[in-house]
Design a protein around this ligand. Structure first.
Ligand SMILES: Cc1cc2nc3c(=O)[nH]c(=O)nc-3n(C[C@H](O)[C@H](O)[C@H](O)COP(=O)(O)O)c2cc1C
Length: 337
């Protein structure tokens, strides 16, 4: 019998497949189906700073309008006590997920500033979250802000949350840091329990007819997994953090590579949205089969065995490989140089 279990953020999980934040986790019955399909934990869709703020401003306007003298019409307005706010709905959904599921539920907070939204971390803990994922989706496009300042923003947000909760905290990171391992070590020193590699930035597109910049959401493909695999391999053994892979994990081969590189869990999202919840069961069965065929007894035996520290040629993860890759190019036949 193969032991598929893994440890992530201090949680003992039955296997390494964890659906990441996606519309599935917003729906109780879809989340239950993911559990039945074999998911070992689930990450909730995020609670967004922007949405919290927008709602607070809306409420402030509502109270202001009432206070400036439409008193006789007050009874026609909805009574705020009976309306559930965005945050209340999120907490209620977390509570419902915790009641309906046996697997751990990881809540997700998403924002960029040191604002009031951080106060919701405690409410998430009280509502039963097993861990907290922090997604600081921040594009460093400010010419006045140094790289150090960008990193400090993450550290300050992490510390503000650590001061409130005892939950394990993981950070979903961008790949765009100048020294990712050094930064990960800073996060570890500031109390992080894990990191998720990497956030996908959605690239806006230019509409050539209207010349408008338009948002564009494209699901990932397996080629994106290689960036994550490389950095998992480099991080493994150098930081004392749980490691999760996200971005481009679609089939068993991608998942096995992430585990060989050092991931504790592999997040699935695009593949579930594209191929349905059953694809999780298929990847899990394929993983089991791969382990049998390659004579592994457990996930822990496999984990990190092709990390940079343990690879036969560690330089393959670094620049040495770059020259060989360029030299190995041969142009397709029939294409003239
Ligand atoms: C429709 C959709 C909704 C998502 N919602 C969130 C979210 O609320 N919070 C978050 O941190 N990531 C969110 N993500 C990002 C995914 O969790 C995941 O990290 C990303 O899609 C990369 O993984 P993939 O290649 O398996 O799709 C979302 C992705 C998609 C496609």
């Amino acid at each position: 019998m193969i032991d598929l279990s893994t440890n992530y953020l201090g949680l003992k999980l039955a296997n390494p497949l964890v659906p990441s934040s996606s519309p599935y986790s917003k729906d109780l019955s879809a989340a239950k189906k993911l559990e039945d399909a074999g998911a070992s934990a689930i990450v909730m869709s995020s609670l967004f700073e922007e949405k919290i703020e927008a709602e607070e401003q809306q409420m402030a306007r509502f109270f202001y309008q009432q206070s400036i003298g439409y008193g006789e019409a007050d009874s026609f307005h909805p009574v705020p006590d009976t309306i559930k706010t965005y945050q209340e709905q999120y907490l209620e959904h977390l509570h419902n997920l915790k009641t309906a599921l046996k697997i751990p539920v990881i809540a997700s907070l998403n924002g960029t500033s040191l604002g009031g939204w951080l106060d919701y971390a405690l409410a998430l803990q009280q509502a039963g979250a097993d861990a907290l994922e922090l997604n600081i989706y921040h594009l460093a496009a400010n010419a006045e802000e140094s790289g150090d300042r960008v990193e400090n923003r993450y550290i300050e947000i992490l510390q503000a949350i650590k001061a409130q909760v005892s939950l394990p905290i993981t950070l979903k990171l961008s790949s765009q840091f100048s020294s990712p391992v050094h930064f990960a070590k800073r996060l570890e020193a500031a109390g992080a329990d894990g990191i998720v590699l990497f956030n996908r930035f959605y690239q806006p597109d230019i509409d050539l007819e209207t010349l408008q910049v338009v948002p564009k959401l494209e699901l990932s493909s397996s080629t994106e997994a290689l960036l994550r695999i490389r950095w998992l391999a480099v991080m493994y053994g150098r930081v004392n953090l749980s490691l999760a892979a996200t971005g481009g994990f679609h089939q068993v081969e991608d998942v096995v590579k992430a585990l060989l590189a050092g991931a504790d869990v592999v997040h699935l999202c695009s593949v579930l949205l594209e191929c349905g919840i059953d694809s999780l069961t298929k990847i899990l069965q394929d993983l089991q089969q791969w382990l049998v065929e390659h004579e592994y007894q457990s996930i822990s035996q496999l984990k990190g065995s092709v990390s940079q520290q343990h690879a036969i040629d560690p330089s393959a993860y670094q620049r040495a490989n770059y020259v060989q890759v360029l030299d190995s190019y041969s142009h397709p036949s029939g294409v003239l140089m």
